[in-house]
Design a protein around this ligand. Structure first.
Ligand code: UN1
Length: 500
């Protein structure tokens, strides 16, 4: 049995021979396994099971629900290395990042164990004597979780850990490009459910396999009150419309197109480390990837020299090898987008400073490795306003800090952003109401690799919603406002007298 087949078995997700979905490894383009896609009737069954699980799960005390998530974290700890390896096989990110993704899922479980004891509402002063107002957060119902290929484990865990402590069953629809990693994360949850006992109903955590058609079944179902979807802006727009049509709730985490401002007051050695990981980590295939770099004219030449040196030393290759820093693109389509992105930047007056080539084509004819590209742009041209989900970094020079912020915000997306500067005024301006318009604004850190304790998400075409930490748990619950009269009178609000 090959390496990958035994890995799938160990992680509880054996390939289904004869399945109609074949999954390929971006490492060498070989098939790593097959799965059977769900049909509409089966999906209806999954949704019905989820609804009936909800009736039981919502009545289990939240800290006890937290215990299930604690057990899930334990299971993930046991398989961390293997899961990381599977993610590397299936997504092509380097082993360090694959394992890091599992660590992120474990951290998320830890966070939610504590959160399960903190699902609190407010008590509010009433204007009426002998009255009290309070709010409570109650479980919402089944949550549909549609994940992207690039974070098949962590983003699933962000949503599922929150949903489970909030009293909601979950239905995962993993990307058809990397379903095994999501299913392996779910298999760990199933082992936790087994150890947890009968408080966990059947149908609490399920998955459906497939593509757009299967997603649509979830998105259109009035029996799934919340859809959380990660992916492209194009996908998010159709999900948003369909969910709004039925007055459902949604959490959308869509295109990023993130930028960095490197000021004349920047520590350039710090900047270069943030730039390299931000721009080429995960081969530029993160929603938080650094794509646009606004550099003060005084430091531009020095910074470009440093970028060229750093890029020249990056090891591109098989992500399973320890010294590799850049793995392959996910598939041929991504490679075509990379080519088109580079061609468009050139046609808009950009000068390619480094990279932009397909590499290792002889060793891996069916896989797509590229040398990350850096363009010196004459200004923020059209190609910079759309997200090309590949490792292309555009550099634009600025002289005036206000203008840099203006260009920074002048794109349809608004996920993550950062400034590298030791100047307090610049930093505070960047973080102020008239600074970065993104959901995340960092100082002296790159735009990617967020910690799960903070709310994650962005504005504008990124979707406007938040996942993971802070008060993101509230999105997975419904709020009720309760007004309680403990007096013997019946005073009306606003002082209205009604026939008394
Ligand atoms: C991170 O870089 O902090 O698709 C995580 C993505 C995100 C996860 C990014 N949902 O890249």
């Amino acid at each position: 049995m090959s390496d990958i087949q035994s890995l799938l078995k160990t992680l509880g997700v054996p390939s289904q021979k004869g399945g109609d979905l074949t999954v390929f490894s971006p490492i060498d383009g070989t098939a790593i396994g097959q799965l059977r896609q769900h049909n509409n009737g089966e999906i209806e069954g999954v949704i019905a099971a989820s609804q009936s699980a909800f009736k039981q799960w919502r009545n289990i005390p939240a800290p006890r629900r937290g215990e299930l998530v604690r057990l899930w974290g334990e299971e993930l700890r046991h398989v961390k290395e293997d899961m990381g390896r599977l993610i590397t096989w299936e997504v092509g990110k380097i082993l360090q990042e694959g394992i890091g993704e599992v660590q992120e899922a474990i951290d998320m479980c830890d966070l939610c164990v504590g959160q399960s004891r903190q699902l609190f509402g407010k008590t509010i002063a009433s204007e009426r004597p002998g009255h009290r107002i309070m709010e409570q957060y109650h479980p919402l119902g089944p949550v549909g979780i549609i994940t992207a290929f690039n974070f098949p484990c962590a983003v699933f865990a962000w949503n599922a850990a929150n949903a489970l402590i909030c009293g909601d069953p979950i239905i995962l629809k993993p990307s058809e490009k990397s379903p095994f990693s999501g299913l392996a994360t779910l298999a760990a949850l199933h082992r936790a459910i087994e150890n947890f006992g009968s408080d966990a109903p059947d149908g609490l955590a399920q998955a459906i396999i497939g593509g757009v058609d299967q997603s649509k079944e979830l998105v259109h179902s009035p029996n799934i009150p919340l859809i959380s979807a990660t992916g492209s802006t194009e996908m998010g727009r159709s999900v948003a419309v369909a969910v709004a049509q039925r007055f459902g709730k949604r959490i959308l985490e869509l295109g990023g197109n993130n930028a960095m401002i490197v000021s004349e007051h920047a520590d350039l050695d710090l900047a270069i480390r943030a730039i390299v990981f931000g721009a080429v980590g995960t081969a530029g295939q993160r929603c938080t990837t650094l794509r646009r770099l606004f550099v003060h004219s005084r430091v531009k030449t020095t910074l470009i020299d440093k970028i060229k040196t750093a890029y020249a030393s990056l090891n591109i290759g098989n992500p399973l090898n320890e010294n590799t820093l850049i793995g392959p693109l996910i598939d041929r389509q991504a490679y075509e987008q990379f080519q088109a992105g580079c061609a468009q930047a050139t046609s808009e007056g950009g000068k390619q400073l480094i990279g932009g080539e397909r590499v290792l084509g002889e060793d891996y004819p069916d896989a797509y490795y590229v040398s990350p590209s850096v363009f010196d742009m004459p200004g923020q041209t059209a190609c910079m306003k759309q997200e090309c989900f590949t490792p292309i970094l555009y550099i634009v020079e600025y002289n005036d800090f206000d203008r840099a912020i203006e260009m920074h915000n002048d794109v349809p997306q608004g996920l993550s952003s950062c400034i590298i500067s030791d100047n307090m005024r610049e930093v505070e301006q960047f973080l102020s109401a008239s600074g970065s318009d993104c959901g995340m604004a960092n100082v002296n850190i790159g735009p990617s690799g967020a910690e799960i304790g903070g709310a994650f998400g962005g504005e504008k075409e990124t979707g406007g919603d938040r996942e993971t930490g802070s008060d993101a748990w509230k999105n997975y619950m419904r709020r009720t406002t309760n007004s309680i009269n403990y007096s013997s009178d019946m005073p009306l609000a606003q002082g209205i007298s009604f026939g008394d």
